[in-house]
Design a protein around this ligand. Structure first.
Ligand code: GDP
Length: 365
């Protein structure tokens, strides 16, 4: 399954945030596909639709869907030089599918900052530069090889050389691979390199408890937003300290606490939702008398593949997917009514599953 990695310089609040994640997190026993690893935190994906579906279908049980965050500890600076721990840091990043970079936007005299002052942009650039340098090494190796082959004028080699040249020039100007303009075809070649700076990224601005309600006034947050805009990335504002406390509360207490703060969704829930999006994930539902359940699929999956997430038998013996969109079902108010309205479709093996589909799979055993 796909995972988002949490990275950041020392003392920015990574452990505090990861603590909140594991405390709020789901039991891995409920999600057998999830890894059991102390560096992995499993979270349930907040989804209003699941609550509404439960009200309509009135099942015995409701099960949300989940996904994983990975805590990427380790030193950052000099990582590209490939010394022990730094190397490990890069190889851990290599294994995740998206990056959540935590940036310190809180002041606290008692907590030292590695570079002596709070400077979120400098922090971001420090990490990004390590990733860029590591990628540059990867690309340069391929570039040299492609250059030799391209001299023989072989079409594929020439094409590869051109892609490596673009990437190399971009990285040399400290542009991350994800921001180097490439055509669809060139992108396919670039993907084979599994570059670190090609991974989707979002920034987590960690503000102090006092700043959470008016974080837009925080100068550091403003700087991060400005930077992220250039990077085409999203910014989520959290106060890791507060999230740690919220994670201890039950649902009712949590809602009350958030109301007091005047916040609609906790920072952690925003982070979960945004990371899910960043990974290209979406949700479909199954809804029966026994159980209403949310399932995670990768956008672009066809019906049999999506069925395979529930059980491999569902994919192998796939016949049809009886599908109604969440909106149509809600408008009808009940499955029977949705059927009468002609809103329940019989979809075949080429159907591209959509976020919010409520599906009943038919299959042969
Ligand atoms: P890491 O090195 O990035 O994992 O950082 P930690 O999570 O260990 O945090 C470093 C220090 O900053 C700890 O003393 C935390 O309690 C403190 N800290 C983390 N988040 C916040 C926050 O939102 N507000 C304040 N005031 N302190 C925080």
């Amino acid at each position: 399954s796909l995972t988002a990695g949490i990275v950041g310089l020392p003392n920015v609040g990574k452990s505090t945030l990861f603590n909140a994640i594991t405390r709020a997190g789901a039991e891995s026993a409920n999600y057998p596909f999830c890894t059991i690893d102390p560096n992995v935190g499993i979270v349930e994906v907040p989804d209003e639709r699941l609550i509404k579906l439960t009200e309509v279908v009135k099942p015995k049980k409701t099960v949300p869907t989940a996904f994983e965050f990975t805590d990427i500890a380790g030193i950052v600076k000099g990582a590209n030089k490939g010394e022990g721990l730094g190397n490990q840091f890069l190889s851990h990043i290599r294994q995740v599918d998206a990056i959540c970079q935590v940036v310190r936007c809180f002041e606290d005299e008692n907590i030292t900052h590695v570079s002596g002052k709070i400077d979120p942009i400098d922090d971001i650039e420090t990490i990004n530069l390590e990733l860029i340098l590591a990628d540059l090494e990867t690309v340069t190796r391929r570039y040299d090889r492609a250059e030799k082959l391209a001299r023989q004028k072989e079409k594929e080699a020439v094409q590869e050389f051109n892609v490596m040249k673009k990437l190399k020039e971009g990285l040399e100007e400290e542009i991350p691979a994800r921001a180097v303009p490439l055509t669809e075809e060139e992108m396919k070649i670039a993907r084979q390199l599994h570059l670190l700076t090609a991974k989707p990224i979002l920034y987590v601005a960690n503000v102090s408890e006092d700043d959470i309600t008016n974080s837009d006034d925080n100068e550091y947050v403003k700087q991060v937003r400005q930077f992220a805009e250039k990077d085409n990335a999203e910014v989520i504002v959290v106060s890791a300290k507060i999230e740690e406390e919220i994670a201890e509360l039950d649902q009712d207490e949590k809602e009350m606490f958030l109301q007091e703060l005047g916040i609609e969704q906790s920072g952690l829930d925003q982070l979960i939702t945004a990371s899910y999006e960043l990974l290209g994930l979406a949700t479909y539902f199954t809804a029966g008398e026994q159980e209403v359940r949310a399932w995670t699929f990768k956008k672009g999956m066809k019906a049999p593949q999506a069925a395979g997430i529930i059980h491999t038998d569902f994919e192998r013996g796939f016949i049809r997917a009886e599908t109604v969109s969440y909106e149509d079902l809600m408008e009808a108010g009940a499955m029977v009514q949705a059927r009468e309205n002609g809103k329940v479709r019989l979809e075949g093996k080429d159907y591209l599953v959509q976020d919010g589909d409520v599906i009943h799979f038919r299959f042969n055993v």
